[in-house]
Write a protein that binds this ligand. Structure first.
Ligand code: FAD
Ligand code: NAD
Length: 484
């Protein structure tokens, strides 16, 4: 095997593996280096997303939703259940099977596209050389015309709550609880806190989320964030804002461990809460440990990410970086699109990525999803805009399926009517917001969406109605604006 490649990708998460496949599709001789190992020490592809992120969390969200629906929702439909129970080990086994299937799928795609899959760790040296140490410790120096760094991210650690992987865990540990904790503490009411808090809450945990900020989901559209919070609180999540954790102590209580968390509450008073398990999910940071030699020429930015321009070029010629390890939201699809852009750039194409249209979803039930700018961002930009909102309670399909909580909000430029943002909390919000992402990509106006024929009865009729509501033309609710 020659050790000279057109492209070497370091990291096989959604950013790296997509980049590698696209490079190979474009006829480039490509290798992808991955250091992740399974519990048997075997190399696996897929990174955070497939192994401990998007996929396993969604597997547990789905299982726990089914349980909760059977437990609380079925009776509304006249369906009775007896002897309903939870078998956590089976639930985890199903999740693990899905993870294995999906990461095996990447390996299959690598074979089909003739990407050389190398298991071990990669380090970028000067002049696009890569030191590769395989999982048996054998070292080789590989060369490439281009190197793509896709080394991802890891959870942020906080000294006041050190992870012991037993009582105090990060998101990875929270996917592995062998039984439902009775009292579950969550530090950080962000995406992971809400998703994994929901999983265990649905299965029976009393969940308390301690959030440092005084606003809930502060980067989201606040109308949607407030509506979401109301729904989550009704579901039983105890979300405490303005809480600063100052200490944690794992103690023994009659042979079982628990953790006492000390924090300053919203009134500035010291408070304590005791939990059986504590999840620390206060963000993720770019991962670059042992990735770069001192003379690699790759510069970092002030936030510890690899510095890149809009095209994902680093400061070293021929070296690119994509995904969580660079600026921007830490989302699988954002990294994948960067991977495609870089592969096509390397192949001489002029591809650019539209960073203004990257959907963002929280997979609670109902889901919270957004694309484009929030009302707050547009106000700060001084933009002149119109808003249309529409509640799911006026959508037949939503009512028929007991999924009528939430709303769609569409924001359009006041003069051009071009859609600037869409924010949804409600059933299938992830898929609904994608409709507006496509519309925005084509420069659609609210009127364009309002004039589109939507199937009936569908949840997506709320999208059409919200678009109509921008001009006061919604049909299935009284409009606040005067009809023209
Ligand atoms: P990663 O997926 O982190 O992959 C990086 C890979 O590089 C890893 O496999 C690592 O082992 C490897 N690597 C690092 N250094 C080296 C080296 N020197 N040599 C060889 N290999 C190396 N995002 C979404 O969009 N939707 C979701 O629903 C979602 N859910 C999530 C749920 C959880 C619990 C978590 C933790 C994250 C979730 N995310 C979600 C975020 C998503 O997982 C990340 O944005 C995504 O995985 C980033 O992809 P990446 O390829 O940049 O990095
Ligand atoms: P996050 O940024 O979504 O939320 C972290 C929360 O913790 C914030 O609300 C923050 O204010 C709070 N916080 C920070 N320090 C704190 C402290 N000391 N005490 C209390 N609260 C504190 O981060 P996350 O939930 O850890 O998720 C990490 C990243 O993973 C996300 O930003 C996202 O990019 C990605 N992710 C995405 C999805 C998805 O797309 N559905 C799901 C999970 C994770």
């Amino acid at each position: 095997m020659s050790s000279k490649y057109d492209v070497i990708v370091i990291g096989s998460g959604p950013s790296g593996y997509v980049a590698a496949i696209r490079c190979a599709q474009l006829g480039l001789k490509t290798a992808c280096i991955e250091k992740w190992k399974d519990d048997k020490g075997k190399g696996v592809n897929g990174g955070t997303c497939l192994n401990v992120g998007c996929i396993p969390s969604k597997a547990l969200l789905d299982s726990s939703h089914r349980y909760e629906d059977a437990h609380k929702g079925f009776k509304n439909h006249g369906i009775t259940t007896e002897g309903l129970g939870i078998d956590v080990p089976s639930m985890l086994k199903r999740k693990d099977k899905i993870v294995k299937q999906m990461s095996g799928g990447i390996t299959g795609l690598f074979q089909a596209n003739k990407v050389t899959s190398l298991y071990g760790s990669g380090k970028l040296l000067a002049n696009k050389k890569v030191e590769f140490v395989d999982n048996d410790g054998k070292t080789e120096v590989l060369e490439a015309e281009n190197v793509i760094l896709a080394s991802g991210s890891v959870p942020v650690a906080i000294p006041v709550a050190p992870i012991d992987n037993d009582v105090i865990v990060d998101s990875t540990g929270a996917l592995e609880f062998q039984e439902v904790p009775k009292r579950l503490g969550v530090i950080g009411a962000g995406v992971i806190g809400l998703e994994l808090g929901s999983v265990w809450g649905r299965l029976g945990s009393d969940v308390v989320c301690l959030e440092a900020m005084d606003t809930f989901l502060s980067i989201m559209d606040q109308q949607i964030a407030k509506e979401s919070k109301k729904i989550f609180v009704k579901q039983g999540l105890d979300i405490r804002l303005s809480c600063r954790v100052t200490g944690t102590e794992v103690v023994d209580n009659n042979g079982s461990k628990e953790v006492v968390v000390t924090y300053t509450d919203k009134d500035g008073n010291e408070a304590t809460s005791t939990f059986d398990k504590l999840i620390v999910c206060v963000g993720r940071r770019p991962f670059t440990d042992s990735l770069l030699s001192d003379d690699s020429g790759v510069k970092m930015d002030e936030r510890g990410s690899i510095y890149v321009n809009d095209l994902c070029s680093t400061s070293a010629p021929g070296v690119w970086a994509v995904g969580d390890v660079v600026r921007g939201p830490m989302l699988a699809h954002k990294g994948s699109e960067e991977g495609v852009m870089v592969a096509e750039r390397i192949a001489g194409q002029k591809t650019v990525m539209n960073y203004d249209i990257v959907p963002n979803v929280i997979y609670t039930h109902p889901e919270v999803a957004s694309v484009g700018k929030s009302e707050e961002q547009l106000k700060a930009d001084g933009e002149d805009f119109e808003i249309g909102t529409f509640p799911f309670v006026a959508i037949g399909r939503a009512v028929a399926s007991d999924s009528s909580e939430g709303m769609v909000k569409i924001i359009a430029n006041a003069k051009t009517d071009r859609i600037l943002g869409c924010h949804i909390v409600g059933p299938n919000a992830a898929d609904l917001v994608q409709q507006i992402a496509i519309a925005m990509e084509f420069g659609a106006t609210a009127e364009d969406v309002g004039m589109t024929v939507f199937g009936h009865p569908t949840y997506s009729e709320a999208v059409k109605e919200a678009a109509l509501a921008v001009h006061g033309h919604a049909i299935h609710m009284p409009n606040r604006k005067k009809r023209k």
